[in-house]
Design a binder for this molecule. Structure first.
Ligand code: ATP
Length: 237
């Protein structure tokens, strides 16, 4: 079943067009990766899906509903949750308080308890450090906290904006392993990355974004093997 569908979406910042007639789908159960260079429009795409930006043309459907004009906080209730680029952890709040913020507005106590147990099972470090202030956690730990917080709304679709940004190589591998684990537990994942290698290796399908347009699409394996993509994005000539 198609979970998310973008149909000819365009996004402008004033007169600058950042996204041009973009169309793609994310099927239920998939990991889909969007790769591209700096300024290609990856973050703009994610913010448009989560409702932080409005498209100037086109439409977005989620779980069978037109959500093009739906406010961001309502999209969270519908099942879309974003772990933002740059992490956005609340520095003066503890790890546990940060996680609670991700469950904001939820009233189902037992569901929340299940979700916090899930987050602690995925990220044992967060359980160990639950009383530590978010701002004093390491970069990798803050990334885990941002993903954990996004999971606290029990989303159908998890949006991850550059989950590997700024992380040491061993943390990058770990984060991608955990993303695969989250997906195998039933959460559909759409991620954007500059770290194309891992993003393609872990994806069922992927798209390459160049100056606001999709230029290549295929399975993660197909794109990993594509010579043009190897040269441009995988650091191999
Ligand atoms: P990066 O990996 O560097 O974050 P990106 O692929 O996420 O890049 P976007 O941040 O989506 O790219 O930016 C796409 C284009 O839109 C860029 O040309 C950028 O300069 C422009 N842009 C982004 N935000 C704004 C803004 N608030 N005002 C004007 N232009 C913007």
């Amino acid at each position: 079943m198609t979970l998310l569908e973008l149909d000819n979406v365009s996004v402008h910042y004033g007169r600058i067009q950042a996204i041009k007639d973009m169309s793609f789908t994310v099927e239920e159960g998939e990991i889909v990766s969007l790769i591209g260079a700096n300024g290609a429009g990856k973050t703009t795409t994610m913010k448009t899906i989560s409702g932080l930006l409005n498209p100037s043309a086109g439409s977005i459907r989620f779980a069978g509903k037109d959500i093009t004009k739906m406010k961001a906080h309502i999209r969270v209730v519908q099942g879309i949750s974003q772990a933002p680029e740059g992490r956005g952890v609340f520095p003066g709040m503890t790890v546990l308080e940060n996680l609670d913020m991700g469950a904001f507005g939820r009233k189902d106590r037992s569901g929340m308890a299940t979700d916090i147990a899930r987050v602690f099972a995925l990220f044992p470090r967060l359980e160990e450090r639950q009383k530590q202030l978010g701002g004093t956690m390491s970069g990798g730990e803050q990334q885990m906290l941002a993903i954990g917080r996004a999971l606290m709304s029990n989303p159908k679709l998890l949006l991850l904006d550059e989950p590997s940004m700024g992380l040491a190589p061993q943390f990058i591998r770990q984060i991608f392993k955990i993303i695969t684990e989250i997906n195998s537990q039933g959460t559909t994942v759409l991620l954007v990355e500059q770290n194309a290698n891992q993003a393609l290796a872990r994806a069922h399908r992927a798209f390459v974004l160049e100056t606001g347009e999709i230029t290549h699409s295929g399975t993660g394996k197909e794109l990993l093997a594509n010579p043009a993509i190897k040269e441009a994005y995988l650091g191999v000539g």
